[in-house]
Design a protein around this ligand. Structure first.
Ligand code: 5GP
Length: 181
């Protein structure tokens, strides 16, 4: 079992996540009360956060996903590559980017610049987690769920080598298993 294979320390509990998701969903529902925003999730990490956020919002909204690659193992490669684009037309739309975690900020910057090029009506950025090492961004992360220390974390959509995404909370890995694949 997962818990036996890795030494995991809970950083943010499922209950804390649920409460914070509810608050952000309420803020977004208020902000776009007379609009129909489109949530754009960054695959794979944001799929659970986006699903919970959308189900907690009280206004009409749409969604799409984009897939970017910038990460190998536990360290960023420093480059961002488009793997799967959105299919929605976002011109004139209120776009809400939904990210799992902002680390260096490279991924979110790449995506925001790309989406802004399609002339949306507005772009709002939401990230469940944020690490302190963020490079100088020329824009605000509008909603941050939790600021966390610079440790590698897993769970609630975040992986280690594509595993552990299904865990209900956010964990710090204190001991890596050499046979994890
Ligand atoms: P950035 O481009 O901001 O440096 O990195 C953002 C991406 O790196 C996230 O979307 C996520 O995929 C990955 N990432 C950054 N830190 C972590 C972490 O602690 N755990 C996991 N699982 N992924 C991370």
């Amino acid at each position: 079992m997962i818990a036996e294979k890795y030494n995991l320390e809970t950083l943010i509990s499922a209950e804390e996540i649920k409460q914070r998701v509810k608050e952000i969903a309420a803020d977004l529902s208020r902000k776009f009360s007379d609009e129909v925003p489109i949530l754009i999730g960054i695959l794979n990490g944001s799929f659970i956060f986006l699903a919970d956020l959308m189900r907690t919002m009280t206004i009409e909204c749409e969604m799409d996903f984009i897939k970017l690659a910038s990460y190998a193992g536990q360290s960023s490669t420093g480059t961002v590559k488009l793997v799967k684009d959105i299919s929605a037309d976002i011109t004139g739309r209120h776009v809400v980017i939904v990210e799992d975690i902002v680390d260096s900020g490279l991924t979110i910057k790449f995506l925001r610049d790309r989406l802004t090029g399609a002339a949306p009506k507005s772009v709002t950025v939401v990230s469940l987690l944020m690490k302190p090492e963020v490079a100088d961004l020329d824009f605000e992360i509008d909603y941050v769920g939790f600021k966390i220390p610079p440790d590698f974390v897993v769970g609630y959509g975040l992986d280690y080598n594509q595993k552990m995404r299904q865990l209900p909370a956010i964990y710090r890995i204190t001991e890596l298993d050499s046979n994890n694949g």
